[in-house]
Design a protein around this ligand. Sequence first.
Ligand SMILES: [Zn+2]
Length: 341
Amino acid sequence: MTPLIHPQLVNDVFGDPALYVEFKFEKRALLIDLGEIQALEPRKILRLSDVFVSHAHMDHFVGFDRLLRVLLGRDKHLRLYGPEGFVDRVAHKLQGYTWNLAHRFTNDLRLAVTEIHSGSAGARSDFHLRDGFQRGPVRPVELRNGVIMDEETFRVRTAVLDHQIPSLAFAVEEKVHVNVWKDRLERMELPIGPWLRELKRAVVRGDPDDRVFAVPLECGAGECRMSLGQLKSEILRIVPGQKIAYVVDVVFTEENARRIVALVRDADTLFIEATFARDEAARAAERLHLTTAQAGELARRAGVRRLEPFHFSPRYAGEEARLRREVGEAFSGASLVSSGS
Ligand SMILES: [Zn+2]
């Protein structure tokens, strides 16, 4: 299947965490974590609709200024999400600058900032360039099952994890993936066109099978009427949607492991920190991070298809191959066999 979601790390595996998530067919992207983003071109920043911040340690939030700098002066509405206290942190960042000339901008920049307190509750406030980014009223937000964003084709889910402070993990889930069998379309002499997009949307929305579609005829001579159920069985291939998950800065505890496995279960790709080497578990626990082996084991337990370890500690510069090998061994279960545990 042609993937809808295209995730890419902004920096190398030793650099600050930031995952750019693009959607095929749309000039629209998400950013998960906001470390240094100098490598992200302005045109890519302008495509962002939503930015998710795991926690406010500097290497996950220092990119806020570049984001703001690029978006300033644009007619733009950006949503940001972060852990408890995030509304305050964004307010402080914004108030670090002087906005006495803000009224001269013809375009307004609006930031809708949501902080997540649990899988069921959060709070939100809005900030506008036009009034110097004064904090708006803070309103409670209700969530269901950790879903913080729910759009027609995909949703974003979060889990609150323990990093001594709350650290958010995220999963981007395409709801259902719909492909058109082109050869069957040809055989039935039905044309390619905008009606197919509406058909796919109807499937994703879960419209009833007896909904009738006006299908244009290839020769341009009018249209025929077919039910959604008939079109599904004749020309569509419907498969489970793609899932991308992201986990950073967590200590390896049973509770964290349980929450991570529940969130990232069956992900097509998991981006996960593997900050310390396998033989440094004590140091990893003290610094509240995962080891390579722990990252691999979590992915194995969750039945993840592909693993992208990153956020390696700079102390291992030049040892990337070793770290990847350790992650891979734990992921495949090979290290469990070889250690006999
Ligand atoms: Zn951290």
